[in-house]
Design a protein around this ligand. Structure first.
Ligand code: ADP
Ligand code: ZN
Ligand code: ZN
Length: 798
């Protein structure tokens, strides 16, 4: 038999399929297996994408060396998906195959020297064991190893290991019958108390065996030494068994699994979706429901119905900060059948969760973007919560959108896909309008509470709570009022750090990152200026680095500054801050949210992390410190992003008994994105924004492809960009719009200059081929330090 393998080599030939002969002694090669193959002088990892009996290769095929995993990590479905994706996201198949695996599943190879002659085995060097050649540093031993190889007294073998190891724990098994234990007990001396205790315990718990060490020590209070004794005396047998690391250990389900009665709109949604599950229809539903309308309940009910039909479910959530509350709800409904996949799991946890799924022990997977590749079989339902979120698009190679991958899997598995949002992306909503997706609406809050009252504060005319403060007196008074009633407040400012740039009032100098075309953000807590893109840091200057003047100002507020203002204004209030800086450590999101949920703090201050999905019944006021942070970025969807962020954060207020209020501070109260966020009127926003997109020839009226060209030398990037532009212009329709090349809005990042070309088109049959040609020639010019990135349907066009 012959295996078709995509080999993990950089550059050029990567999408070529290489054939290897499968030797007799390797029986477990399947489509989706990860293997090690000889490649020139090297041994490389690869993935089996096909198996055949014959080959057209004229020469003699080399033998495949090793199968890495006990089970093929990829399913045939995922192997097939990788082919579709390579075509559509302009990436190489090998990088897609690797993206599908958790990053811990990259193999390590070791060259092992195994002694084969009797005399070699006696050598002290080996002590009869194989030796890791990679770790051999002693010159004498290296010389000895060489000699053994020359004399055929040893051979080289390749050992493959996963970076993540299985976890094992000790298990104790019985070795006698119950009666026999009784006899032993009777024969043990009266004063051998420990022995008597163990034997008594064994007899009493005879039926619970085999038992885990941990459990024995905790519940039976039998010490490790006692257990060792029992094994020595042959009363018990010890064995190491594999256990799964549980990322949800210690996950107390604060949210009790309450069974709610669905309201009419929810009922309709659940019925329609479950109907498609049953009929195995690959329909796409857009579940458009205002914040608090009970979309989560709809997901949970449909998942439950899916399981009833004997099929499995996959649910994507946008961000890790949303996961704790969502996960605890899914977990409390479906218990051990649930696996969680996201990047802040430990290496071992990710490895275990992933294998549980692969082994078919899991019925529901919940996870972030890359969980869309979960190797779950028999899919009956896919849900994407908050489908408008840009985090579903991967910004690096391969630049895939989880929504598109989910569409493909829904098609492949004949199962429905549910896209849920209070503020659907224009992309999805336009498809629903056309009837490509099926629109389901939830128009009321589930508990019949009204949407919160939203008030705008025009900062142009506002009174501020202090000199150089960002909080207005009105907002501060509202916060104080809520705190006096023992209610809680969420405050959002979508900018971290203390001040987002340093400006010299004398000479106009702005302190910038030496590697990027970006100003440095001042972080007071760590006493440094930081580049939020590349991580460059510098001390906070006391004088202008340019003219030595001391008239320097730190402008543009971040969350740290607002925290300081709050502390000054309300010294008694307890404040939690949630942004990238406070959530670097594993589990810190959950800690902060749990604390806030337990009312150990009055104010939760944070970036957009806190805007979405959170459900805290005691929060009655939501404040937005500055609604304009994303409004003037040079991107066609700036208004959409702003509207959506404000609507989402407003939805955090007044979700339970007490009525909610939202206060939005802005310098642009007349901007339509802000005006319509005040009334949380998605329909009007959609209609208006569609007109704007139509006028500007933007998505969803046009498809877009963004081509970025980067180089350390600016001229080289520009020259290559013009070359690509000419190639496109000569081959595309005249009604296709090609914009650029222009320097990108942030023209330099990590010392690379960026130029970009934007292609807007309605229908272009040649474009896919053309872009693959550009992609292939991009491989050629890499050696000149030029990088070309192709982004199909970019989330940002800056
Ligand atoms: P969304 O995800 O649409 O913002 P959630 O699913 O979080 O809304 O629901 C908001 C609140 O309403 C939750 O506390 C939820 O338990 C509750 N809820 C949902 N459906 C119902 C219902 N049918 N009856 C009563 N309460 C409900
Ligand atoms: Zn200066
Ligand atoms: Zn930088």
């Amino acid at each position: 038999m012959i295996a078709q393998v995509i080999v993990d080599i950089a550059a050029k030939q990567t999408d070529r399929i290489f054939e290897y002969h499968i030797p007799e002694n390797i029986s477990d090669v399947e489509i989706g297996s990860r293997v090690v193959v000889p490649f020139g002088p090297r041994k490389l990892q690869g993935f089996v994408v096909g198996i055949s009996k014959t080959s057209n290769y004229p020469g003699k095929l080399k033998d495949l060396l090793v199968v890495v995993d006990e089970m093929p990590p990829l399913t045939p479905e995922l192997v097939k998906l990788s082919k579709y994706m390579a075509k559509n996201v302009y990436s190489y198949r090998i990088s897609i195959l690797k993206t599908m695996l958790p990053r811990v599943m990259r193999a390590n190879y070791r060259k092992i020297l195994t002694p084969i002659s009797k005399s070699a085995q006696k050598l002290a060097l080996f002590k009869g064991d194989p030796v890791d050649l990679n770790n051999l540093t002693d010159n004498n031993k290296i010389a000895l190893a060489r000699k053994l190889l020359r004399n055929n007294e040893a051979k080289v073998e390749y050992l493959v290991e996963n970076k993540a190891k299985k976890k094992t724990e000790n298990q104790y098994l019985l070795s006698e019958s119950r009666e026999e234990y009784q006899k032993i007990l009777n024969s043990v001396r009266r004063n051998a108390l420990k022995q008597r205790r163990i034997l008594t315990d064994i007899i009493e718990n005879y039926d619970s065996y085999p038992r885990m060490q941990d459990e024995l020590e905790k519940t039976a209070k039998i010490t490790t030494t006692d257990l060792t004794q029992a094994v020595k005396k042959n009363w018990l047998k010890k064995a190491a068994v594999e256990v799964y690391r549980n990322p949800l250990a210690g996950f107390d389900n604060k949210k009790k699994a309450v069974t709610v009665t669905l309201n009419e709109e929810q009922e309709v949604a659940v019925d329609q979706i479950s109907n498609s599950v049953q009929k195995q229809e690959s329909k796409t539903y857009l579940l458009e429901g205002i914040t608090g309308s009970g979309k989560t309940e709809v997901y949970l009910h449909t998942i439950s119905k899916t399981l009833d039909h004997g099929r499995n479910a996959l649910m994507l959530v946008p961000e890790i900060s949303l996961t704790p509350q969502m996960v605890s709800q899914v977990k409390s409904r479906f218990g051990n059948k649930v696996a969680v996949l996201h990047s802040s799991l430990s290496t071992g946890e990710l490895y275990d969760e992933w294998r549980r799924i692969r082994r078919g022990e899991i019925r529901v997977v919940v996870g972030t973007r890359s969980a869309v590749f979960a190797p779950i079989k028999n899919l009956g339902l896919i849900v994407i919560d908050e489908e408008h979120e840009s985090s579903y698009k991967q910004e690096d190679n391969p630049r895939y959108h989880a929504r598109n991958v989910a569409l493909w899997r829904s098609d492949f598995n004949n199962c429905p896909l549910v896209l849920g949002s209070a503020t659907p992306s224009l992309y999805s909503r336009a498809r629903a309008q056309k009837g490509i997706y099926h629109l389901l609406k939830l128009t009321k809050r589930a508990n019949n509470k009204n949407l919160p009252q939203v008030n705008l504060i025009d900062l142009k005319h506002a009174e501020f709570a202090g000199d150089q403060f960002d909080l207005s007196t009105d907002l501060v008074n509202a916060i104080k009022d809520r705190l006096s009633k023992n209610e809680q407040v969420i405050l959002m400012l979508n900018r971290r750090g203390f001040a987002n740039f340093m400006l010299c009032r004398e000479c106009g100098y702005v302190m910038k990152c030496p590697n990027c075309d970006l100003s440095l953000t001042m972080h007071k807590d760590t006493h440094e200026m930081q580049c939020h893109y590349c991580g460059y840091t510098a001390p906070i200057p006391e004088k202008c680095p340019n003219c030595q003047s001391d008239k320097i100002r730190f402008l543009g507020t971040g969350t740290q500054k607002v925290q300081e203002e709050l502390e000054q204004l309300m010294p008694d209030a307890k404040i939690l801050r949630m942004d990238v800086d406070t959530t670097r450590r594993k589990g810190s999101y959950k800690k902060i949210l749990d604390k806030f949920g337990d009312h150990e703090a009055d104010i939760l201050l944070g970036t957009q992390m806190i805007a979405k999905g959170l459900d805290f019944p005691n929060v009655t006021l939501v404040g937005v410190v500055n609604a304009d942070t994303g409004l003037w970025v040079p991107d066609y969807n700036a208004a959409e992003r702003t509207f959506e962020l404000l609507t989402q954060v407003a939805g955090r207020a007044g979700r339970a008994e007490k009525a909610g209020e939202v206060i939005i501070q802005t310098y642009n109260p007349e901007h339509y994105a802000i005006e319509l966020a005040q009334t949380q009127d998605y329909e009007r926003f959609y209609a208006y924004e569609m007109q704007m997109r139509h006028a500007g020839n933007y998505p969803p009226y046009y498809y877009t492809v963004l081509i970025s060209i980067a180089s350390k030398k600016e001229q080289n990037a520009a020259r290559e960009a013009f070359k690509i532009k000419r190639k496109l212009a000569s081959s595309l329709h005249s009604n296709t719009i090609i914009l650029g090349p222009t320097p990108s809005a942030i023209s330099r990042l990590k010392n690379q200059y960026y130029y970009q070309i934007l292609v807007k088109y309605k229908k272009e049959d040649n474009l896919n081929d053309l872009l693959h040609q550009i992609q292939n020639s991009a491989q050629e010019i890499k050696k000149y330090g030029l990088n070309v990135y192709i982004d199909n349907e970019p989330e940002r066009i800056v």
